[in-house]
Design a protein around this ligand. Structure first.
Ligand code: TMP
Ligand code: MG
Length: 287
């Protein structure tokens, strides 16, 4: 099929089915394709040289824009709630209210910090955020063949846009659904806009954006990239959906979560810090 799918990091529940979807997508061609991807820990690296890379929230948490006292509180939240996020012994129903609690508390703390819009770019520049190896090829290829890329993130929209802008890949085919900051007239963060997006309401988020999906009606084949089981619902707003190929990065607690990821993603990538597989698939589908 695609040589890259023999890579060590790749597992598939049903390789035959993957092959069928890929063939069908390739036959239908690039004009019928859209890509929907999560951001944190999907387009960005989970770790580099053994050290964890920041999420879009962490870029702010670790920056000079946040007081030491607030940093400690945010770290406390991360240490409390991240283990719950990745706990495979708890159900989504059990985790959902706790995730809402995490996002709400974190956003409240950020709002208290009087963050200035003008300082975001520097915070990103000074951060250790890294897109996965091969990101340039991924973004540039999609742009060249005019395939829309929707980045659907429970992170912070203003921050993640800056990450892709600084990497030189915020092309016009990229659209972002995320949590956006609301600044007052002097450019200071006063709230977050609109409905909160957390890791378990991406389905609701998608359904709020029917206009976007209406414009893409003829793009009934979807390549979906995520790293959380909450990301599986990102294509729920797509109209006339025919094929969806779901690729999941399994970054952490690999042994405990392998079974559940294999059940729900078509292809899983274990501790794979690259875009090699998504890129190989894109090139296969679009020639
Ligand atoms: P994603 O949907 O773009 O992956 O963003 C969600 C990630 O953000 C999720 O893995 C948890 C992480 N997160 C933080 O790192 N710090 C925070 O304060 C919050 C609320 C979430
Ligand atoms: Mg993620």
């Amino acid at each position: 099929m695609i040589p890259m799918l023999s890579k060590n990091s790749v597992s598939m529940r049903d390789p035959k089915r993957v092959e069928q979807i890929l063939t069908s997508m390739r036959n239908a061609g690039p004009s019928t394709l859209q890509v929907i991807s999560d951001f944190d820990m999907t387009l960005t690296r989970f770790a580099h040289n053994g050290k964890r890379c920041p999420t879009s929230h962490n870029i702010l948490d670790n920056s000079k824009l946040i007081s030491e006292d607030c940093k400690a509180k945010l770290k406390n939240l991360l240490d409390t709630y991240y283990p719950i996020e990745i706990d495979s012994t708890r159900s989504v129903e059990e985790k959902l209210p706790l995730m809402v609690e995490w996002w709400t508390k974190a956003h409240e703390l950020l709002v208290q910090q009087k963050i200035s819009k003008d300082h975001l770019a520097l915070a990103v520049r000074e951060s250790e955020a890294m897109l996965r190896d091969g990101y340039q090829q991924f973004f540039d290829h999609l742009h060249q063949i005019s395939v829309p890329l929707l980045i659907f993130s429970a992170g912070i929209g203003d921050v993640l846009e800056e990450v892709i802008r600084q990497a030189g890949v915020f092309h016009p085919n990229v659209k972002v659904f995320s949590n956006y900051m609301d600044f007052d007239e002097s450019g200071v963060l006063q709230a977050f806009k609109g409905e909160l997006i957390h890791i378990y309401n991406k389905r609701e988020g998608a359904l709020l954006n029917t206009e976007h999906f209406k414009e893409l009606q003829s793009r009934y084949n979807v390549l979906l990239l995520g790293d959380s089981l909450g990301d599986l619902n990102m294509a729920d707003g797509v109209m006339n959906l025919q094929n969806v190929l779901k690729i999941g990065y399994l970054n952490d607690k690999v042994d405990e979560r392998r079974e559940s990821y294999l059940k729900s993603y078509d292809i899983i990538l274990e501790k794979d810090e690259t875009m090699d597989v998504p890129n190989a698939i894109l090139f296969y589908i679009t020639g």
